[in-house]
Structure formats: C-alpha cells, structure tokens
Design a protein around this ligand. Structure first.
Ligand SMILES: [Fe+2]
Length: 486
C-alpha cells in the first residue's frame, strides 16, 4: 500500500504525483513558434513508495522525468520514472528499502552497498543519450525520446570516481560535457574528480583533487581555461549520520573557498581562494580573462535551506536566507589567497539562474532567474520545499544593467526557466524562455513560452497540462538536430 505520511513534505503542494503517461498534442493557448523543434526534459523528486521516515527530505524522491517534445508548433508530453537501481529494487519489494536522504546507515540490510542514487536533480541530452543525474551517484542514461532507462554509466570502465554531479556544462567550443563529482571515493570523503566527456560520449579526462572540507558541492563554474568549485559549509559527518540527523547542516564557523583548477593542467596547479562564510548554491556562469576568473552566483548571507539546519543549533533566519546574484572575482596570478572582488549584480531576491547556454564558460550578456517578490499578493499554499515562493521571472541585460520582470500572478509559482535560441545563428539571448508554471489554487500546470527579451509581455503560448506538476529541480532543451545526430 502506498500510504504517504501526512507531513508537509507529502501533502498539499508536495503531495506525491507518481504519474507516468503520455499526452499527444497538448492543448495550447496562443501559438508555439513553429521553428522550435526539439525536446525539453525536466525532472522532479517523487517517492515511488512511502518513505521509511516521515520526515524524509524532498531531495530524496525518485527521479520523475518529463519530456515536452516540440514538433512544428505542437507539443507532446511524456513522463516516466528514472528506473535507477534503487527504483527497481523497491519496485520488486513493493516498498521503500533505502532510508534517509544520504544516510546509508538507515538502509534495509538487503540493499546495503547498492547505489543509492535517485536521478532526480537534472536531465540533459549529450551524445544522443539523456543523462539523469543526482550528485551522490553515477549518471543514469536514458533514451531521450522514449524515456526508457539504460542504466548507470562508468564510461566503459574509464570513470574511476563514484559520483557525477547534477550540473555539468557543455563547452560550446569543444562540445565536451564537463562535469565533476564530490565524495568521489565514498560517502563523506573530501575526494573530488573533474571530467570531460567528448561529443561522442567518451570519457577523455578525469582529474582528482581534494576539497578543503566535505560539503554539498552542488554546482560549479566552467571557463575556457578553468573549472571553478565553490565550497560552502553545507557539511556533514559520520557522527551526524549515526545520530540520525539530516545529512547536511550549515556550519557558519567554516570559511568559503573558491577552488580554481586548470582544465588542461595537473591538479597540483589548483588554487583555493578563501572568503568569509556565506551561502551559495547555483552558478549562473563563469568565465576568465587571462588569469582573472569571474564567477556569478546567487549569494545569501546565511543558510537558504531550513531543512539542512544550522550546525550549532541557531534558528533559521528568513531575511538572511535571501540570495542576490553576485560576481566573485579571483586572480590566479595573485600572490595571496583572498578574493579580488565581490560585487552584487542585482537587488532582486533570486535563484535558479540561467543563461543562453551557447555562451557557457564565456562572458555572457544576458541572464534569467526566478525571483521572489514578497510585496506581491499570494493566494496559494506554500511553494517549494524550502518555503520559497518564486513568483517572477527576471531578465537581466548585463550590457546596460536593464532588468525586466514578469509576475506570474497571485496563484502561481514558477519553475526553473530554460533558454532556447531563436535559430542556430541567432545572436546571444535572442530566442525564447520556457518555464513550467504551477497554479497552486486550480492545481494545473502550464509550460509557458516567452520571448526571452520581452519577459514582461507575458507568455506567447501556454501548453496546458491536465494536472499540476510537482516542483522540479532542473531541465534542459535539446535541439532536434542534436537528437538526429545521435
Ligand atoms: Fe541544482
């Protein structure tokens, strides 16, 4: 029986969805630009069975992958579970066997030592395969069109580390998929590895390094010459796991580091720059000009994750949890280990930053992010697991610092957006922005399509789903030409 706990993580906005199915030709309001041919995949956590613990983290859900297939003005929908090893073992047992989030000590004896990954954080097409990713485990490969699961990959035995991050970047110059993993030699280890995977799916580089301390290394920055890693004190220990505490806690006594690894040198040339403690998770983009490295990330003064509480028991401080897009600059030629510059780029409280990914690792002129405007009325129940109400999308033109915002209305929250170029030769930022909108009152979701630089005009079209999606983490667009080349 699938009886879920009557706790905030499994009721209301976060009620399990678990729906697998297909809808041919979604109902559409407006007109979908007919030249948009390709796929938008996104993934959300969705426990297949009731969790072992009532207080289970949102991030512990099984990956549910959705595909919006754009075809000549039409959009077809498909949704399937990522069939991880965990999912298969639990399907066979007809109940949850894996215990608490990132705590293998809580697993059923029958699954000890098995891969605990849920493939619930990000999905991205590379080398003709859909990579479904969770940072505590290898990447799971799926078919991008059928959503059939192939299984975990170690790249024909070449990947020696155990983990693969959920925020890899495609270098637009080489076409390589650039990724890393932390806890690469086991749970709680400080070992990390940086990897590049060729456009045909071969692992062509794996470089190991050690982080200053173990922490949730959720995202990273890629430049043309460097891989850049921010270490913020969302940390853990075996004592925490033995005590049954949430895997992560935020330790304000530890400093922040920014590690800069030359992509094509050896790990011995890596440098760690140090700064006072703040919170940062996602990376909008990074780039370098010679030895100067620029790293754009939303930064909050204190912990943003109430579900990963303060290490020393301090109460969660909502006002200090607001993040503002910030540029960190460090210089590989600097004789000291401090940051060169810290510069706030906007006063809007935002997260889930995106760019035109054709400019990943290079200087970018356009960016988009979800914004929480608390001045606006809100009629729905709580939004994301974090309690955040992301009710706006903002476009920032960095050439003139112009910011334009679209508010989704009093009933709706917005999921992470994704940029699609207008065509293969369109200038940077010229194209469309898509995002799933969740109406928390009517309980329907739409996939909305905006003109990316005219966000304030509202959606050009909405593809309407006959239900409400669970809040997702991340997703990506793949042009049809990328799928045909597979
Ligand atoms: Fe993320």
């Amino acid at each position: 029986m699938a009886n879920y706990p009557k706790t905030p993580g499994f009721t209301g906005t976060l009620r399990p969805l678990r729906f697998e199915g297909d809808i041919h030709d979604l109902e559409i309001d407006g007109e979908v630009p007919p030249q948009l041919n390709g796929t938008y995949h996104r993934v959300h956590p969705d426990q297949q069975y009731a969790p072992v613990f009532e207080t289970d983290q949102f991030f512990n859900g099984d990956g549910m992958v959705a595909l919006f297939h754009f075809e000549n003005g039409r959009i077809h929908f498909k949704q399937r579970f990522a069939q991880t090893d965990k999912w298969k073992l639990e399907r066979e047992a007809r109940r949850a066997l894996f215990g608490a989030y990132r705590n293998p000590l809580t697993d059923h004896e029958s699954v000890k030592g098995r891969i605990r990954g849920t493939a619930n954080t990000n999905v991205l097409v590379h080398a003709g395969k859909l990579f479904a990713m969770k940072e505590d485990s290898p990447a799971l490969l799926m078919d991008p069109m059928t959503l059939e699961t192939y299984g975990y990959t170690d790249f024909a035995g070449k990947m020696k580390g155990e983990t693969f991050c959920a925020h890899p970047k495609i270098d637009p110059v080489t076409g390589n998929l650039c990724a890393f993993g932390y806890a690469a030699k086991g749970v709680l280890t400080r070992d990390c590895h940086y990897m590049e995977i060729s456009p045909t799916g071969e692992l062509v580089q794996e470089t190991f390094f050690e982080a200053p301390y173990y922490c949730m290394m959720h995202d990273f920055g890629l430049t043309q010459d460097y891989a850049v890693f921010h270490v913020v004190p969302i940390t853990s220990s075996w004592d925490r796991l033995k005590a049954g505490l949430p895997h992560f806690g935020f330790d304000t006594t530890l400093p922040v580091y920014l590690g800069v690894l030359p992509r094509h040198g050896d790990a011995g040339a890596m440098r760690w720059f140090k700064a006072p403690t703040v919170f940062a998770s996602h990376v909008m983009n990074a780039f370098n000009d010679g030895t100067k490295v620029y790293f754009d990330t939303p930064v909050a003064k204190n912990n943003m994750f109430p579900f990963f509480p303060d290490w020393h028991g301090a109460p969660f401080k909502p006002m200090e949890s607001q993040s503002f897009l910030t540029r960190w600059t460090v210089d590989m030629a600097s004789p000291n280990d401090s940051f060169d510059k810290v510069e706030r780029l906007t006063d809007l409280f935002g997260e889930f930053p995106r760019i035109d990914d054709r400019y990943a690792s290079q200087s970018h002129r356009h960016g988009w992010l979800l914004v929480s405007d608390r001045e606006k009325p809100f009629e729905g129940p709580g939004g994301r697991a974090s309690g955040l109400i992301m009710n706006c999308i903002t476009h920032i033109n960095f050439t003139n610092d112009q910011q334009t915002t679209w508010w989704a209305g009093p009933q709706t929250i917005v999921q992470e957006p994704c940029f699609i170029p207008r065509g293969p030769n369109a200038p940077e930022g010229d194209g469309y922005l898509i995002a799933v909108l969740d109406n928390l009152v009517t309980n329907y979701s739409d996939l909305a399509i905006f003109d990316a630089q005219r966000i304030a005009d509202g959606p050009l079209a909405r593809a309407k789903l006959p239900f409400r999606m669970r809040p997702a983490l991340h997703g990506n667009w793949a042009d049809a030409s990328k799928l045909a080349a597979a």
